[in-house]
Design a protein around this ligand. Structure first.
Ligand code: GLC
Length: 447
């Protein structure tokens, strides 16, 4: 599914390692292979009762995860009991929380339902288990290559893919048809002119909404504008060469800003995350939206009929190729938990990533499966239309796989958001970012 190679197998230099911070490294050394069991939730082996494990995850609006946890607990009654610890829906805030707890070696989390961008940083700090022994290569082959690649770091596998994400263009089929359009836009210019015509003719409040807030999602959206303009942030994820200051990337950032200056998107998109996008599009107040596949699963909650919603790949400028940010959530086992809890956590992972349950999660929740075979399942393809948006799913690009990705992301969040708000020009934002990212990488190498 991946187009770009990614730097998943990149070796960390000593400088890179030290850059992560002494606390993390000391922690890693202390923990050793088996983990120390520090501060984990109570009820382990030997107590006679069930093994209690705490699974961390953010928002799941369809209710399917809660249902699956219930089913697992029922099946394993008396042996394993999973409790869901609700974490912030904003991936950055969620990560900060984990970082604070794991740095202090005081957490009740046994299993992290975590973002696809986290493994390098979690692994480099010694906070999660290397799963290479349990999650063997033959098992890995059952999963989509993109998520597997982004969970592979220093030649080891650190997580099991749960569901995958690709940015998609949502459009209102009914509104397009009424204004005489048969097909969704292929280019950003087409999107603009269609949005202008449809909003005017049919009195719809917004042309296009997407995620432009100063947070991780803002990075995902901005990167799509950059890639679909032929640019990039790093030259390739195998290199440390920063290219965000070059003309195609500037053009990408400018294309994003032009959605607001042209009036196609409201200025408020500079404060939008995913939860703000849903009520606007599904509530009938926008012609187009960019979001992840899960939003489709919420349509019925808003009384929007599936027949009203169309899905398309992310538009492009000129003749460039479409591109979607690779997102997704995976399971990482805490290295701080007791062995019995780690074993129980792996059982829960196997349950969640079984074909039946990935299927349930896709049909009821709208989440894209990570098991390749499910993309041939006719019932699933029929019931989950996002799975048929194959141009989007096959053109995903990873964000940098790096132990200092979160530092890089914070800078990107700031600059992309400043440009979208208009407090900086796209060129200024790109120039600043060029310097800042180069500095972060240099510090990482020299530390
Ligand atoms: C989705 C993606 C995740 C991304 C986040 C940004 O949850 O799966 O990878 O970081 O959105 O908001």
């Amino acid at each position: 599914m991946e187009k770009k190679s990614g730097d998943a197998g990149r070796k960390l230099s000593r400088g890179d390692f030290l850059r992560i911070g002494g606390g993390g490294l000391a922690g890693a050394a202390l923990l050793g292979a088996a983990g120390c069991g520090g501060g984990s939730s109570s009820g382990g082996s030997g107590s006679g009762g069930p093994v209690n494990i705490t699974v961390a995850f953010g928002r799941e609006a369809s209710g399917t995860l809660a249902q699956l946890i219930k089913e697992f607990n029922k099946q394993n009654g008396g042996k394993i009991k999973v409790t869901w610890r609700h974490m912030p829906s904003d991936t950055g805030q969620y990560f900060n929380q984990i970082q604070t707890e794991f740095q202090a070696q005081k957490t009740n989390i046994d299993l992290i339902g975590g973002d696809v961008i986290w493994p390098a940083q979690l692994a480099a700090n010694g906070w999660i288990l290397d799963l290479s022994d349990r999650f063997t290569e033959s098992e890995q082959k059952k999963f989509l290559p993109g998520p597997i690649q982004s969970m592979t770091w220093q030649g080891k596998i650190w997580g099991v893919p749960w569901f995958t994400d690709a940015g998609m263009l949502y459009y209102r089929k009914d509104l397009l048809a009424k204004s005489g359009y048969k097909n969704p836009p292929k280019t950003w210019d087409e999107l603009k002119s269609m949005a202008e015509k449809i909003t005017k003719e049919q009195g719809i409040q917004n042309g296009f909404v997407f995620q432009g807030d100063k947070y991780e999602g803002g990075v995902c959206d901005a990167m799509e504008y950059i890639w679909t303009n032929g640019g990039n942030v790093l030259k390739d994820y195998n290199t440390n060469t920063v290219v965000v200051g070059q003309p195609p990337a500037i053009q990408g950032i400018a294309t994003e800003r032009s959605m607001v200056t042209s009036g196609v998107a409201p200025q408020a998109v500079a404060t939008y995350q995913e939860p703000q996008t849903e009520p606007v599009f599904l509530g009938g107040k926008a012609v187009f939206a960019r979001n992840w596949p899960y939003m489709y699963g919420l349509a019925s909650q808003y009384k929007m009929k599936p027949s009203q919603i169309g899905l398309a790949p992310i538009p492009v400028s000129g003749n460039n190729e479409t591109a979607s940010t690779l997102g997704g959530w995976n399971f990482y086992i805490s290295a701080l938990s007791d062995k019995s809890k780690q074993d129980a956590a792996y059982k829960f992972i196997q349950f969640m990533t079984s074909p039946e349950n990935e299927k349930k999660f896709a049909i009821k929740g709208g989440y894209l499966p990570t098991l390749s075979a499910l993309y041939k399942d006719k019932e699933l393809l029929n019931k989950v239309p996002t799975m048929r948006n194959s141009a989007a799913i096959s053109h995903t690009h990873p964000r940098p796989v790096s132990p200092y990705y979160s530092d890089m992301s914070l800078k990107m969040q700031e600059q992309f958001n400043d440009s979208l708000k208009g407090t900086e020009s796209p060129k200024q934002a790109a120039d600043t970012l060029q310097k800042q990212l180069t500095q972060i990488i240099k510090q990482g190498k020299n530390a």
